[in-house]
Ligand binder design. Structure first.
Ligand code: SAH
Length: 240
């Protein structure tokens, strides 16, 4: 697959030092082999995309050296980038193919959106926190990722102006599947979302819309940050 990053050298050079001279591409190949393939993710397009996207650029500066480890990491503002395996699991569960229109709720660092863009999708991604929205948009522009539309707002309302979507991915955990997202899913579309308790204990659900019904599957236990909005949890009271 052709790399979606036109000048990887420019993007990676300044980080070389934090990897003790190891090329980040080698760290990514190892991440894909040991954390993702070894645990049963087999979709070649998912593996190729995760081997291509420079994950170390999506974490906080001081955490670059840990970017390819088997763990979620802070991206600022109390939010996290998911563990690589969880990104791979959700991406595989979405069953995307090139050209699909995908709605992502919870832009965060922009990493998941970059992975979907690397797979040839047109991505609409919504973030409620202005700083993360701006930082992710700027980062993807800087490293030359195309095909991602950034929006700021309450993603539990979806994006009616761009609906319907063939795929919808929610990367924060709410109490229910937001009805507007179900409405904005195309016939035979898939919606992947963590649903459950507040503060990080959910089941990953996959819904398929077919013939006026939604068929649900349970893909296992996950721990995401809170989905906050009209069809999510209430925003925490501001700290005094
Ligand atoms: N997909 C991200 C990780 C998401 S972390 C990545 O690849 O880095 C979850 C994100 O969802 C956080 O940034 C949080 O601010 C955001 N979020 C929570 N509730 C939201 C809502 N209702 N609409 C949009 N974004 C929301």
């Amino acid at each position: 697959m052709r790399s979606p990053y036109p000048s990887p050298a420019a993007a990676t050079d300044s980080w070389r030092l934090s990897f003790d001279g190891i090329d980040p591409r080698r760290l990514r190949e190892r991440m894909v082999a040991e954390q993702i393939e070894a645990r049963g993710i087999h979709d070649p397009a998912v593996l190729a995309a995760m081997a291509a996207v420079p994950r170390h650029l999506f974490v906080e500066d001081g955490l670059r050296a840990q970017a390819y480890e088997d763990t979620p990491l802070p991206v600022g503002h109390g939010q996290t980038i998911s563990q690589p395996f969880v990104v791979a699991l959700m991406t595989q569960a979405l069953e995307v193919s090139p050209g699909m229109r995908v709605l992502e709720i919870g832009t965060g660092s922009g990493y998941q959106a970059a992975v979907l863009a690397a797979m040839g999708c047109t991505v609409f991604t919504v973030e409620r926190l202005r700083e993360l929205h701006v930082e992710a948009r700027d980062l993807l522009a800087r490293i030359g990722v195309k095909g991602v539309h950034f929006m700021r707002g309450d993603g539990t309302l979806g994006v009616p102006a761009a609906a319907p979507f063939e795929r919808i991915l929610v990367t924060a955990g709410g109490p229910v599947v937001p009805p507007p997202l179900m409405e904005q899913l195309e016939e035979d579309g898939l919606l992947v979302i963590p649903v459950g308790e507040r503060h990080g204990s959910q089941r990953l659900a996959r819904l398929r819309r077919h013939a006026g019904e939604f068929l649900a599957e349970d893909l296992g236990g996950v721990a995401f940050v809170d989905l906050i909005g009209d069809h999510g949890w209430q925003a925490p009271a501001p700290r005094r």
